[in-house]
Design a protein around this ligand. Structure first.
Ligand code: ARG
Length: 285
């Protein structure tokens, strides 16, 4: 068959017109981009979810020597995301701007040892809880501080905007200048070491980890029943029910098949039930 269809004619006409145009433009014109090759093997582009985390909160999230973001939270999200078929990428994000980044869509979710609170629930949605925590006081080994109330007249370091900040603000008064607020918890603990503050209040897991790994700081921990139990959740933008559903399914799956327990044991050495029952007392001196 040599019949030229109308469509083919138009294609040829268009091509020669383009050729003429190119010729008219001279040699400076860049060569035409290669035509996209349709391939059945090309994978559909998958969305990569940006996960914001303040990676100065070992053992939950920190940066290793290679600059990689690692920790309990990271492993939990990686495992849950894998079950849910989600591709995730962790982005180090300062705590102070972390919820704004979520609200503005710069991050799809936050994993950062974030305590689920009623106040936060107004502006973001949380997954089912994945970890139990409570505030714990760090003091110098020779300190006489034995309970939370002892901090009333003292200088106390906290990470700005954390539940530790909230607890101390309640005890001392929000505008009390004895509250020293830091952008990270390790900075607050450094200040305790240099004597700038008398105590630091932060999540038990982080305080215990720091005290154990920095013996030269000569810290001890003080627990107090005054502190209300807390639970960590993954945060998504308010109304992002689709992502939340997938994350909850992923979390349920890793809890059901033992993956969660394995990760937990790797970081905390004991099964969740036991460790949650007495996290502070085991490390207190
Ligand atoms: N659990 C505390 C809170 O939600 C502290 C979390 C701080 N996390 C961090 N990666 N710095 O307020």
């Amino acid at each position: 068959m040599t019949t030229i269809t109308a469509r083919r004619f138009l294609q040829v006409a268009a091509l020669s017109a383009a050729g003429l145009l190119l010729a008219a433009c001279g040699k400076k014109e860049a060569p035409p981009a290669p035509a996209p090759v349709a391939s059945a093997a090309a994978p559909a582009p998958t969305k990569v979810y940006n996960v914001g985390t303040d990676a100065a909160y070992a053992p939950f999230e920190s940066q290793n020597e290679k600059g990689e973001i690692v920790g309990f939270d990271i492993d939990v999200v990686k495992a849950a995301a894998a079950k849910a078929g989600l591709e995730v990428k962790f982005v180090n994000t300062p705590w102070e701007g972390i919820f704004n980044a979520l609200g503005q869509g710069d991050r799809d979710m936050i994993v950062s040892a974030v305590t689920i609170t009623d106040e936060r629930k107004q502006t973001m949605d949380f997954s089912t809880p994945y970890f139990d925590a409570v505030q714990l006081i760090a003091v110098k080994e020779n300190s006489k501080i034995s309970k939370f109330d002892d901090l009333k007249k003292l200088k106390v370091g906290v990470q700005t905007g954390t539940t530790g900040d909230e607890a101390v603000s309640k005890l001392l008064g929000k505008t009390n200048t004895n509250i020293k607020r830091f952008e990270s918890t390790p900075l607050a603990l450094k200040e305790l070491e240099s004597g700038g503050v008398d105590a630091v209040v932060a999540d038990n897991g982080v305080v215990i980890h720091y005290v154990a790994n920095n013996p030269t700081s000569k810290f001890k921990t003080v627990s107090d029943k005054e502190f209300v139990p807390e639970q960590y959740g993954l945060a998504v933008k308010k109304g992002n029910t689709e992502l939340l559903g997938k994350l909850n399914k992923g979390l349920a799956d890793i809890k059901a098949d033992g993956t969660y327990d394995k990760i937990f044991a790797q970081y905390f050495g004991a099964p969740p039930a036991k460790a949650a029952a007495a996290p502070a007392s085991t490390a207190s001196k």
